[in-house]
Design a binder for this molecule. Structure first.
Ligand code: MG
Length: 174
C-alpha cells in the first residue's frame, strides 16, 4: 500500500507532468500561428510525451491500489520571442522537473517504498534525455542564428519528429 505521503507526492508529479504537456502544447500553438510548422510539430510531440509521463504515474498509482487525484492545471505562458527562447524555457523547465523527480525519489527512499523508488529510476534516465534534447536544440538555434537556409533546414528536421510511446509503462494497465 502506498503511504499518504508518497501518494500525495506522486499525484503532485502527475499535475507537474500535465502542466509540462500544457506548456509544450502552448508552445506548439504559438509556433503554428507563427508559421513555424517544424517547431510546432516538435512541441506537439513533446506534449504527447508529457501526457505519457503522467499516464505512467497514473498506471502506477492504480497498480498499487492507490487513488489518483487530478488537481487543476495552472496557466502557462502563451507567447515566445523565438524558437531559441522557447527551447531555453524548455531546458529551464526540465531542470526543475529533474529536481522534482529527485525529490520524489528521496521521499520514496525515506519511506522505504522501494517499488516506487524503482519506478522512478525510469524517470531519472528520461530526464537526462529531456535536458540533453533541449540543450542540443539550443546549440543548433544559436549556431544558425539568422541564416535563412539554416532555419529552413532545422525546421525540416523538427518537422520529421514522430511520436512513439516513450515506455510500455504508459499504456493502460491490465
Ligand atoms: Mg515529463
Amino acid at each position: 500500500m502506498l503511504s499518504n505521503k508518497v501518494q500525495d507526492a506522486l499525484n503532485a508529479q502527475i499535475n507537474a507532468e500535465l502542466w509540462s504537456g500544457y506548456l509544450y502544447l502552448a508552445m506548439s500553438m504559438h509556433f503554428e500561428a507563427e508559421g513555424r510548422s517544424g517547431v510546432a510539430n516538435w512541441f506537439r510531440i513533446q506534449f504527447k510525451e508529457e501526457q505519457a509521463h503522467a499516464e505512467i504515474f497514473i498506471n502506477y498509482i492504480n497498480q498499487r491500489g492507490g487513488r489518483v487525484v487530478l488537481e487543476p492545471i495552472a496557466a502557462v505562458p502563451q507567447t515566445w520571442d523565438s524558437p531559441l527562447a522557447a527551447f531555453e524555457d524548455t531546458l529551464a523547465h526540465e531542470q526543475k522537473v529533474t529536481a522534482m523527480i529527485n525529490n520524489l525519489y528521496a521521499i520514496a527512499e525515506a519511506d522505504h517504498d522501494y517499488a516506487t523508488r524503482d519506478r522512478l529510476t525510469w524517470f531519472v534516465s528520461e530526464q537526462v534525455e529531456e535536458e540533453d534534447n533541449a540543450r542540443q536544440l539550443i546549440d543548433k538555434f544559436k549556431l544558425i542564428g539568422n541564416d535563412g537556409m539554416g532555419i529552413y533546414m532545422l525546421d525540416q528536421e523538427l518537422a520529421a519528429r514522430t511520436y512513439t510511446t516513450p515506455s510500455p509503462l504508459a499504456t493502460t494497465a491490465e
